[in-house]
Each structure stands twice: as structure tokens, then as C-alpha cells.
Design a protein. Structure first.
Lengths: 228, 224
């Protein structure tokens, strides 16, 4: 698509802003991407992975992981779906707007940092990665019965904001950091199979300056330790 | 007998081509780009955009999100309004590990769900609710949301299309998602943010029985 026409302007704004903030000027770039992969919240660990199908990181691979520490597994000896019920109770809220009933799920949980959602892109040694806050999953309650039916899981919508950590960048992106956003859908036609994740459009606004982690800031390693 | 057969054939042909025409007129999957402006310092809060590329049915049309600002300070004192917005939506959502603030606007955080609408004059309109999340980066890593840091925001969200559309979208419902970013040339004076982004919308004719809609959706997915 050709909609991101102000990319150069944004880059200029970012460069000026960061130049003022850091006393340094550097380069910026926008990494556009689309993703196709699979995964499921019901799996442990929760990993969505697949291919990067467009943009400078294509053909590459992506991984989006949600830390499921503390989430229950389904007990095969019972008819209930303990894990799904746990997720629905703890991460999703129901919007009862007439005619638009749906559930919105936030990962991490809205207003918190847990569970951490991490992402990584890779292509021939070029690497980008960081955290997602938030990964939003929306399920439409098409029959407005307050129950999540299988056919309602067949087309869920997803949106996410990315943070690109300099510690995770490598190869051609060594020293780069930034932020971004993406959207797409998640299709679950069969509860016994992985969901299909399609990110139609995503953009990372990257810079190669002002990425140094503040002395008081936690490092990526510290972050991981914190969540263990 | 012959007349009856001709009549039956005519009805079948009419129904067939009628269905094809209707299906072709309103795609079940739409992808398009949007651009426009917003200013959360002004009431009402309207993310006011237009469709700039993609789906021909919507090209040149409008794309809006109205955020319910009930309970917020009025827009006569923009600094007070920003202070409220920052204290209520951004600062409680600071991520000390990526040095960002993420504000969420949805049924949990605003008096009513954000209202979304999209369409084109003479064609029709879709309406519904939305989630909206906006992330600001702490460029100088000081944990303070500085004025100049409001110059760049990344955003994304999801949409519900309610069955109260107009024109060709009458009777349709569904859902969608969007993402993009915005820039503000003069955050000191609370200028408008200019945004650009991309949107997908999946809709189906909700006047049909559920099983037909579901089957049509599955077929449409695999036909892409």
C-alpha cells in the first residue's frame, strides 16, 4: 500500500526531536512489514511464528512470544477448558454495546507489565526485537449470547504497538531502536490446530541514535530476570 | 409448460446474477490506507481521517474515531486537559523497560466505547466501536513525558462493525483492525497531530442466517 506518504516527514521530525534531546543527529528509517504465521494461546509456550512476507526484512522469520508463566494447562481428564477459561477471565473484558458485543483482550494485562510479550524478526543475521505493549485481541460475539463460540474464533482481530530495543538489534540494524505498530487478524477454525496469524501491515520507525539505555534503566537482561 | 420453464430459468438467472452483483459490490475483506488529523486537546475528540488508498469502494471517503471525553477537563484550558490526560491515561501506563507510555481508550477507560465510522458519500457508511492505543516514547530516558516527546505517536486498535450501516453497507456487520503513527509539528501549543495508517475490515451480510454467513466467510478466506 502507498499510504505512508509522510514517512520522510516523520523521519525528519524524529531526527530533529532526537537531535535536540540527545545533542546528536543520525539516521532514521521505516521498516514496513507483513507477517504470516501460526500459534495459539492454548499452547505452552505461547509462540506465534512464521514468515516476514514484505519489506526489507523479507524473506525472514518472526517470533512473537507471550510469557504464560502461571497459566493453567488444560486437564485432559476433564471436559472443561481450564486454560481458555483462565484467559477469558483474566485478560478479556466484555463490551455489551448493543449490536456490537465483543471481547477485548490485552497482553500484557491492561495497566500492567505482565505477562511480557516479546517479538523478534530475523533475516540472514539481520535482527530486530523488543516488546509489544499491548497486543490487543478482539473477538466479536456475533450472536450476542455472552459465550465465545467456535465460529466466533474463526476471525479475531489483532493490533499491537512495538518497542524496538537496541539490545535486540543486530546485523544491518546493529545500534538501531524505535517504535512501531501493526494490525491484522487471527483465525481459529479448529481448536485442535494452531491459529493463523496474519499481520497485514506493520511499520517500525527506527533510529540509529538516542538508543543508549539510560544509566538508571533496566537492561534487557534485567527485564528477563525480573519476569522469571 | 414452456412458459413455466422459462419463468423458472428467469428467476434462477435473476437470483444468480443478483447475488453475484451484491457480493461483488461489497467485498468481504477490505484493505485501505487512511490519513488525517486529531487533537485530544479539543472537545469532542475526533480522529478525523479519509481513505487515501486501497479499497475502491471507500477511496476518497471518510474514516473517523470519536473518543468519549466525558469527565475530562474542557478544552478552554488545554494545559489542564493535557495534565489530566497524561495523569489518567499515559503516566499509569509507563513501561520502565522500553521507556514508553501507552494510553488505551476503550470500554474500560472511557465513559463509552470509542465510536468508529467509515464510508463514502453516495456509497454508504459503516459504524461501530473501537479500541485505540497510543504509545509515546521517552526519548531522553528521564521518565518524564516531555512536551517535545508528544511529537511522535504510534497507534493501533481494533474495530467492531455494528449492523446499522447505511447504503451498500446496510445490514452488514463484522470487525477490523488498524495501525499507524502520527506527528505533531507544535506540541507546545497543542497543534493537531497528523496521522497516517492502514486498516482492514472484514464484513458479512448479517441479514443472512448465521450458518450461511460462517460458510461464506470460510469460503472467502480460502479464496484469497
Amino acid at each position: 500500500m502507498s499510504g505512508f506518504l509522510t514517512r520522510t516527514t516523520v523521519a525528519t521530525v524524529m531526527a530533529l526531536l532526537l537531535g535536540l534531546a540527545t545533542g546528536a543527529m543520525g539516521a532514521t528509517q521505516t521498516v514496513q512489514f507483513s507477517l504470516n504465521g501460526s500459534g495459539a494461546l492454548l499452547n505452552s509456550p505461547v509462540v506465534f511464528q512464521g514468515t516476514i512476507d514484505s519489506g526489507p526484512m523479507s524473506p525472514g522469520l518472526f517470533v512473537i512470544q507471550i510469557d504464560d508463566a502461571g497459566w493453567p494447562l488444560d486437564d485432559p481428564g476433564t471436559p472443561g477448558n481450564e486454560r481458555w477459561n483462565y484467559l477469558l477471565t483474566n485478560f478479556f473484558t466484555y463490551d455489551n454495546t448493543a449490536g456490537g458485543q465483543h471481547w477485548d483482550g490485552y497482553f500484557p494485562k491492561q495497566g500492567t507489565l505482565l505477562p511480557p510479550v516479546t517479538w523478534r524478526f530475523g533475516k540472514n543475521g539481520d535482527r530486530l526485537g523488543g516488546v509489544i505493549r499491548y497486543l490487543i485481541i478482539t473477538i466479536r460475539d456475533s450472536d450476542a449470547d455472552g459465550m465465545v463460540d467456535q465460529d466466533e474464533l474463526a476471525n479475531q482481530m489483532v493490533a499491537m504497538n512495538f518497542q524496538c530495543h537496541v539490545e535486540q538489534s543486530g546485523g544491518a540494524y546493529d545500534g538501531w531502536c524505535g517504535a512501531g505498530s501493526a494490525n491484522g487478524n487471527l483465525e481459529d477454525f479448529d481448536p485442535n490446530m494452531d491459529d493463523l496469524l496474519t499481520i497485514s501491515v506493520g511499520n517500525l520507525l527506527l533510529r540509529d541514535f538516542g538508543c543508549a539505555v539510560h544509566a538508571d534503566a533496566k537492561t534487557w537482561g534485567a527485564l528477563k530476570q525480573m519476569y522469571r | 409448460m414452456k412458459k413455466t420453464a422459462i419463468a423458472v430459468v428467469a428467476v434462477v438467472v435473476a437470483l444468480t446474477f443478483g447475488s453475484i452483483s451484491a457480493w461483488g459490490q461489497v467485498p468481504s475483506h477490505m484493505v485501505f490506507d487512511v490519513a488525517g488529523t486529531f487533537n485530544f486537546m479539543e472537545s469532542p475528540v475526533l480522529v478525523n481521517g479519509s481513505v487515501t488508498a486501497g479499497e475502491p469502494l471507500l477511496l476518497g471517503g471518510f474514516w473517523n474515531i470519536l473518543v468519549d471525553d466525558t469527565g475530562w477537563p474542557g478544552d478552554s484550558d488545554q494545559q489542564a486537559r493535557w495534565d489530566y490526560l497524561s495523569a489518567t491515561y499515559y503516566e499509569p501506563n509507563f513501561d520502565p523497560y522500553s521507556f514508553t507510555w501507552t494510553a488505551t481508550f476503550d470500554e474500560n477507560t472511557t465513559a463509552s466505547s470509542p465510536q468508529w465510522s467509515c464510508g463514502r458519500t453516495g456509497i454508504g457508511k459503516m459504524t461501530g466501536t473501537a479500541t485505540l492505543q497510543m504509545t509515546i516514547s521517552d526519548f531522553d530516558f528521564d521518565g518524564e513525558l516531555d512536551t517535545d516527546e508528544r511529537s511522535l505517536i504510534v497507534f493501533s486498535g481494533t474495530l467492531i462493525v455494528v449492523k446499522n450501516g447505511e447504503g451498500v453497507f446496510a445490514g452488514y456487520c463484522g470487525l477490523g483492525s488498524y495501525s499507524g503513527y502520527s506527528e505533531n509539528p507544535d506540541p507546545v501549543n497543542f497543534a493537531d497531530d497528523a496521522f497516517t495508517g492502514s486498516n482492514i475490515v472484514d464484513i458479512e451480510d448479517c441479514s443472512l442466517p448465521n450458518e450461511n454467513v460462517s460458510w461464506g466467510h470460510v469460503k472467502a478466506k480460502y479464496a484469497r
